[in-house]
Design a protein around this ligand. Structure first.
Ligand code: ZN
Ligand code: ZN
Ligand code: FE
Length: 766
């Protein structure tokens, strides 16, 4: 007879771990207890040595579906002679920090019940269990139990209570447990918010969608606008009402088989679609779809954002429309935050939705769908939100004091770091929007409460006008300012568990540099402690500042003039007077900050080739350049020059400088091709090939100077699949060790992780 004190670390809380341990121990006739302790699970187990071994072996080999075990350690303990095995609840263990799990897509068992006419939860849109259902979106406080969720107002019926209290039941301590007798209910409203009399709100809603109506559906983390994805007229009408001209819309399909009829699916993509996180997965469109979608779903886009039903309500809806693919796009007008409260939705979506399918289970934390894709055999996250947040990532070095890292601006995500864990928030959108900023403030406070982390330091971007920076200043805590691209580099290192010197190819649209210029085409050398700028793109003016981001032709003017070319190549697409004005701005440096941005170079090339002179959404010009390039084969590369150790010509005086990549020869060659009527796709391909050569050549120079062989690819430009895949392959061939983002997005959505890692290193003082 032995007793062992076992510690299990990893993702082990809020994933049904304790009931799992309970039933395993009970099956083997073992005695003892299990409880949450800090972020880990502590088990005391007593019985015959061989059975204890068997228990540990089984735990290691077959953990519950949502758990991820990092380590199991045990030491001998004094036998206690308990009568049985028991679960010690959080209430008895006030010191324990209960980790809040992300929301989990409806599990197989619950799906079976949902469509089983004999089950008491048959067609009940809010069923869930310990292995699935809402989590982050319904939590109002800590510790995580029913009283501190938005289900607090629903008193459990006797049947639900019995399940909830039975350690052997699939719903043991499933906080959002509900049934048709005691749980939330659906309600249908018309376009002006009046209740609609119907026996079956869901069926009525589905019928309206099939009749070409646009519906607003209250989902897990907010409202979706929903309509028939096959109908051109309906999808166009949705775009018109939502003021979303061209940005692609996500499509929900019934199952993997249906997804396969629309997009080309690899095994990995199938796994992602069907995962408990249920993200939107960007898939290559099939040329021949068996059930054609409206062109307006993702116009001129070779990719399609597909997702599977992830709540019982979605499953029921897709069944009710008989598997017709549905547009499932965030319930908002253009770029505002997604609506999530009933009254708010009725107000804000008035004029967009023809009818509303509401329910009375409040959403406490607004949470957008996550977006991801697979490139080169690995995941490349686009937006890490529902299903992933607030799952912590591990910092390469533990922080000695709790840190709040506030992230950037356009893709608001913050991180709370404590010890070695960094809890990354859900996506909060563009913090320029007041509503998004308000959500940022309240959700920071909520996360601090949920994880009982009281930050002592705050890490922020150097940009003084980011709302997150202003928040950091107002917070009154000691601050650590982090350069934007240093944070990108550190973010990529951190998600690989590294903090060691590396070459950081940090390419994005814009980020505040240490010299007051706008950076974005940098080669940094550094780790989480420090960095230097080993190379940069040559500075050019950005006529009109922010406006140049929306109007890529302005960057074309700047690059053309910088390269000594005439702007006549733009004449057919841009009004003469506008060209003259912007040229004059550029000449006089009026509202024309300097930038070394790679994103802006993409813009310039897209405009010169005639692919795009204005954008309807962020990054559109660069994406279209990528898609065009993908249709052509690689032949030649354009020239460029590297100037060693010289102050950037024309740029602000910055003291120490690394290499400057002179893009003027490249621009001249692009103009020459454009004048020779070379197809835009071919020019786009040559441009990409040039960048791949450029990365290899500059990284080789840096390797010669520093001996470094690790290269981290980060920044929004590395959302570009073609570039990322080919750069990674090329560098690997040249003997580099390439790190790219696989768990956080390379764009500013991943910034906070880097800020947290840098702050941790600073505070450690090593
Ligand atoms: Zn379930
Ligand atoms: Zn019930
Ligand atoms: Fe950035």
């Amino acid at each position: 007879m032995q007793r062992r004190a076992v510690t299990v670390r990893g993702v082990v809380q809020g994933v049904g771990f304790r009931p799992f341990v309970y039933s395993l121990a009970s099956q083997l006739g073992l005695r003892g207890l299990v409880r949450n302790r800090g972020g880990e699970v502590a088990i005391e187990i007593e019985g015959e040595a061989s059975l204890l071994d068997q228990f540990l072996d089984e735990l290691r080999r077959h953990p519950p579906p949502l758990a991820r075990i990092d380590s199991i350690a045990w030491k001998p303990a004094t036998p206690q002679k308990d009568d049985a095995f028991r679960i010690e609840t959080s209430a008895k263990d006030a010191s324990s920090q209960v980790v809040i799990s992300p929301d989990v897509a409806t599990c197989r068992d619950c799906c079976k019940e949902l469509f089983d006419p004999k089950d008491r939860r048959y067609r009940y849109p809010f069923l869930n269990c310990t292995h699935c259902g809402p989590r982050l979106t319904i939590v109002t406080g800590a510790p995580y139990d029913r009283e501190r969720t938005t289900l607090a107002a629903f008193t459990l019926c006797a049947d639900c209570r019995a399940e909830y209290e039975d350690p052997g039941n699939r719903r043991f301590h499933a906080q959002p447990i509900a049934c048709p007798v005691c749980g939330p209910q659906l309600e249908l409203r018309d376009a002006v918010g009046r209740p609609v009399e119907t026996d079956d709100p869901l069926q009525a809603f589905a019928a309206a969608l099939l009749a070409g109506r646009i519906g607003a559906l209250k989902g897990l983390g907010g409202f979706h606008l929903v309509c028939d994805a096959r109908r051109e007229d309906v999808v166009r009408e949705l775009r018109r009402r939502k003021h979303r001209e061209e940005k692609p819309l996500a499509v929900m399909v019934r199952d993997l088989a249906a997804a396969e009829t629309l997009g080309e699916l690899s095994l990995q993509e199938k796994q992602l679609l069907a995962s408990p996180q249920a993200p939107i997965v960007l898939l290559r469109k099939r040329s021949l779809m068996s059930m054609p979608l409206a062109d307006a779903v993702a116009p001129d886009n070779p990719y399609l954002g597909i997702l599977l039903p992830y709540t019982p309500l979605h499953h029921l809806l897709l069944a009710a429309v008989d598997g017709v693919p549905l547009i499932m796009t965030s319930g908002n007008r253009s770029d505002e935050p997604i609506a999530y409260e009933n009254d708010e939705a009725l107000q804000r979506l008035a004029g967009i939705a023809d009818l509303f399918l509401l329910h009375n289970r409040p959403i406490h934390v607004r949470c957008d769908d996550s977006v991801t894709r697979v490139i080169g055999g690995a995941e490349l996250p686009v937006r890490r939100s529902r299903g992933y947040a607030p799952q912590p990532l591990r910092l390469p070095r533990p922080t000695p004091a709790p840190v709040l890292a506030v992230g950037g601006q356009l893709k608001g995500v913050f991180a709370l770091a404590c010890g070695e864990q960094a809890f990354l928030s859900h996506h909060l959108g563009d913090l320029d929007h007041y509503a998004a900023f308000r959500a940022f403030e309240t959700d920071v406070a909520l996360y601090e409460k949920l994880f009982s982390i009281r930050p002592e330091w705050i890490a922020h971007d150097l940009h003084p006008d980011y709302a997150s920076t202003r928040y950091a200043l107002a917070r009154g805590l000691p601050r650590i300012g982090v350069q934007h691209h240093h944070a990108h580099l550190a973010s990529c290192l951190a998600e690989h568990g590294l903090d060691e010197p590396a070459i950081g190819v940090t390419w994005d649209g814009t980020g505040m540099g240490t010299d007051g210029a706008i950076w974005g085409g940098e080669f940094l050398v550094g780790d989480c402690a420090t960095f230097c700028r080993a190379a940069q793109l040559r500075y050019v003016g950005m006529p009109g500042g922010e406006q140049a981001i929306r109007e890529p032709w302005r960057m074309a003017v700047a690059h053309l003039r910088d390269a000594g070319c005439s702007v006549t190549v733009l004449q057919t697409r841009v009004a003469e007077s506008a060209l003259r004005t912007v040229e004059a701005m550029w000449e006089r440096r009026f509202n024309t900050p300097f930038t070394s941005s790679m994103g802006r170079l993409f813009d310039a090339v897209a405009a010169i080739t005639g692919l795009r002179t204005q954008v309807a959404y962020e990054g559109q010009a660069a994406m279209e350049l990528e898609w065009a390039a993908a249709t052509a084969t690689s032949d030649i590369v354009y020239p460029w020059e590297v100037v060693e150790h010289q102050a950037a010509p024309g740029g602000p005086a910055t003291g120490a400088q690394g290499m400057v990549i002179d893009t003027r020869p490249l621009i001249r060659a692009v103009v020459e091709d454009a004048c020779k009527q070379v197809e835009p796709a071919r020019i786009a391909r040559r441009f990409h090939s040039t960048l791949i050569e450029l990365v290899a050549s500059v990284c080789n120079r840096i390797r010669q100077q520093t001996g470094l062989i690790t290269v981290a690819l980060s920044g929004g430009v590395f959302m570009n699949a073609l570039l990322t895949e080919e750069v990674a392959a090329r560098l690997t061939r040249e003997g580099f060790r390439v790190l790219r983002h696989q768990r956080t997005p390379p764009n500013d959505g991943g910034l906070c992780l880097g800020q947290a890692a840098i702050a941790a290193r600073k505070l450690l003082g090593v």
